[in-house]
Design a protein around this ligand. Structure first.
Ligand code: 13P
Length: 258
């Protein structure tokens, strides 16, 4: 059991129009009592953020996330969204460097690093995603890949901001495949990630930074994954689309520190 407060985020990816987002939140929010031992973040597609914001503005327990952000605040960047556009909607968290962004949109560690620094400068919490592909794992490169992504993504992060950063370890082979990392595999990778954080930022900050697991996390495997000492929550795709399955995962996270 760790003393870190878990954080569970619903990455809806390119799912849920405004009415669908409203329908989810109408069902999901009443599932909470007046407190929860885990942080919770809902991460809709950009166009559904204003609708989600109507439900979540000032909500004491549930944060609002974006799935990407441009490092510049504004300017000639057609199709992009910078921090001020998110802040004015009440966004609190931004998912950065997701493997789908790296794979389909060519995002590099240095570009992701610019975004991490821009979120922190804007008072937003970055959720920095890292993780190896199956080929990389089979070639024994898990550690090298995660180290490079952490070093690159966190370059220049000031010590007084680092504790705010959330890392999401998402092995690419587990995303959307139904093939979850075993609790032992997840713990081994998370422990390694924390050791790299200690090298980069010092052991005290490394102990404070939360590391989410992502990749086919479901209600039936969440309890065991959350029980691992270095797993501090989850970044959930498919199972976050239904209020009851997502709430079951939030409950697993909260119970893991109860
Ligand atoms: P799944 O939970 O659908 O595997 O997706 C994980 C993910 O990519 C969350 O960011």
């Amino acid at each position: 059991m760790s003393t870190r407060r878990p954080i569970v985020a619903a990455n809806w990816k390119m799912n849920k129009t405004r009415p669908e987002a409203a329908e989810f939140l109408r069902a999901f929010l009443p599932m909470f009592g007046t407190s929860c031992a885990s942080d919770v973040v809902i991460v809709p597609p950009f166009t559904s953020i204003p609708k989600a914001s109507e439900f979540l503005q000032g909500h004491p327990l549930v944060g609002l996330g974006a799935q990407n952000m441009h490092p510049k605040a504004n300017g000639a960047y057609t199709g992009e969204i910078g921090a001020p556009f998110l802040v004015e909607l009440g966004v609190t968290h931004v998912v950065l460097g997701h493997s789908e962004r790296r794979q389909y949109f060519g995002e590099t560690d240095s570009f992701i690093n610019e975004k991490v620094l821009a979120t922190l400068a804007a008072g937003l919490t970055p959720i920095l995603c890292i993780g190896e592909t199956l080929d990389e794992r089979d070639a024994g490169k898990l550690e090298a890949v995660c180290r490079t992504q952490l070093q690159g993504g966190l370059a220049g992060v000031a010590a007084d901001q680092a504790a705010k950063v959330v890392i999401a370890y998402e092995p690419v082979w587990a995303i959307g495949t139904g093939r979850t990392a075993s609790p032992a595999q997840a713990q081994e990778a998370h422990l390694f990630v924390r050791s790299v954080l200690a090298e980069l930022l010092g052991p005290a900050l490394a102990q404070q930074i939360r590391i989410q697991y992502g990749g086919s996390m479901k209600p039936d495997n969440a309890v065991e994954l959350m029980a691992q000492p270095d797993v501090d929550g989850g970044l959930i795709g498919g199972a976050s689309l239904q209020p009851d399955t997502f709430f079951a995962i939030v409950k697993a996270a909260a119970d893991s520190v109860a």
